[in-house]
Design a protein around this ligand. Structure first.
Ligand code: FNR
Length: 367
């Protein structure tokens, strides 16, 4: 039973805007240019129609378990990296660790989290799965140090984000004046090496010379952690990442925050299905995660039917931070309930049973 404080959270959107400081709301909501890709990434899921089957025995519990790079998740979704949790709550990303731990799903704190990774690792419960998100630093030794530390702290995989060679054009942030003061506040007291990291320094610190060959470097520096390459947006890059020994792909346009009018995650998934179906064949060694615009249980189920092993969400969890860990947990429970309902109404009782026969994606395939 949730405390009354989260009673207003009844679905994953729209955000409780009145409860947010303007700058956290704007930073979390922000997208590139006029936000077309961010919008479409959400709305396009409704273009895929479900094909429910009836008169099947769906009495009893539904098994929602899945595996992400070898680690079990109790639910087929996880929490994406997003920077600056302290803009919305004094404990910042610690709330996400606690919420993810309560519901048994993986969480990948941002490389630019506003809480130090050693404190996040210390807050995790035994057996809890945390992944380490990396933006490759121009001074490579800093990334090497962070990767070695991540391994030591018990992070179980690296999420290598590759879609931020340079930052996108986030106009909402410019309008509301997300300034260096707010950034400094969010990162206050967080030492990373000699540096206090801040998103304002993203452009200055991210190495734009990273290539597929660096996947091997990440593996070496992290002493063999599996690598999920986040920000794959076409079949060619999916194949190159796999050839370079990626253990998983996160099909993602960074929540529409990088290049506007880029494909939606659903379209990327369909492109892989069409041109490289072997990448999606389950059970496969490769983990496919779909990230961006997931807001309903039916969205989750559609991605799973089309070959994803799991999906990942950022904004709903970031907005929930104003309610602390209870908000994070409640967002996950709402989504869990919706996934269970959708699956029972489709006539299935486990993630494994979901397949393309439960959807009609022709409208989007024609795009
Ligand atoms: C992000 N995202 C992101 N990704 C990443 O790899 N490292 C990061 O530090 C951040 N920071 C970040 C901040 C905020 C406020 C947002 C909203 C997003 C991208 C994120 O991981 C994810 O790809 C998208 O946000 C997913 O889309 P939804 O679920 O937010 O629609």
């Amino acid at each position: 039973i949730m405390p009354r404080d989260t009673a207003g959270l009844t679905s994953l959107g729209p955000p409780p805007r009145r409860r947010h400081p303007l700058q956290s709301w704007a930073y979390y909501a922000s997208a590139a240019d006029d936000g077309w890709t961010a919008q479409q990434s959400k709305s396009i899921w409704s273009q895929v129609r479900l094909r429910p089957r009836v008169l099947r025995n769906v009495d009893g519990p539904v098994d929602l378990r899945t595996r992400i790079v070898g680690h079990e998740s109790r639910l087929p979704f996880m929490i994406s990296p997003a920077a600056m949790g302290k803009l919305a709550h004094k404990d910042g990303e610690l709330c996400l660790v606690e919420g993810a731990g309560r519901v048994g799903i993986p969480y990948a704190p941002s490389n630019h989290a506003s809480v130090a990774h050693r404190d996040l690792a210390a807050a995790a419960r035994p057996g809890q799965t945390l992944f380490f998100q990396l933006y490759v630093h121009r001074e490579r030794w800093r990334s090497e140090k962070q990767l070695a530390e991540a391994k030591r702290l018990g992070f179980r995989a690296v999420v290598l984000t590759v879609d931020v060679a340079i930052p996108g054009n986030r106009e909402l942030d410019l309008r509301t004046g997300l300034d260096e003061n707010a950034v400094a506040l969010a990162n206050a007291g967080k030492e990373v090496g000699q540096h206090v990291l801040a998103v304002a320094t993203t452009a200055a610190t991210i190495d734009a010379s990273v290539t597929f060959d660096d996947i091997a470097w990440v593996k070496k520096a992290s002493d063999g952690l599996p690598v999920l390459v986040k920000g794959i947006q076409c079949v060619e890059d999916a194949l190159d990442a796999v050839a370079a020994d990626a253990d998983g792909l996160v099909l993602s346009n960074h929540g529409g925050r990088q290049v506007n009018t880029a494909s939606t995650p659903l379209e990327i998934l369909l492109e892989l299905r069409r041109h490289a179906p072997h990448l999606l064949s389950s059970p496969s060694k490769l983990t496919i995660v779909v990230d961006g615009g997931i807001r309903r249980g039916t969205d989750v189920v559609k991605a799973l039917c089309l070959g994803a092993h799991a999906v990942s969400l950022a904004r709903p969890f970031m907005f929930s931070l104003v309610y602390g860990p209870d908000g994070v947990e409640k967002v996950a429970r709402i989504l869990e309930d919706e996934v269970v309902r959708a699956m029972k109404l489709l006539g299935v009782r486990s993630v494994e049973e979901l397949g393309p026969e439960y959807v009609n994606a022709r409208r989007v395939e024609r795009l």
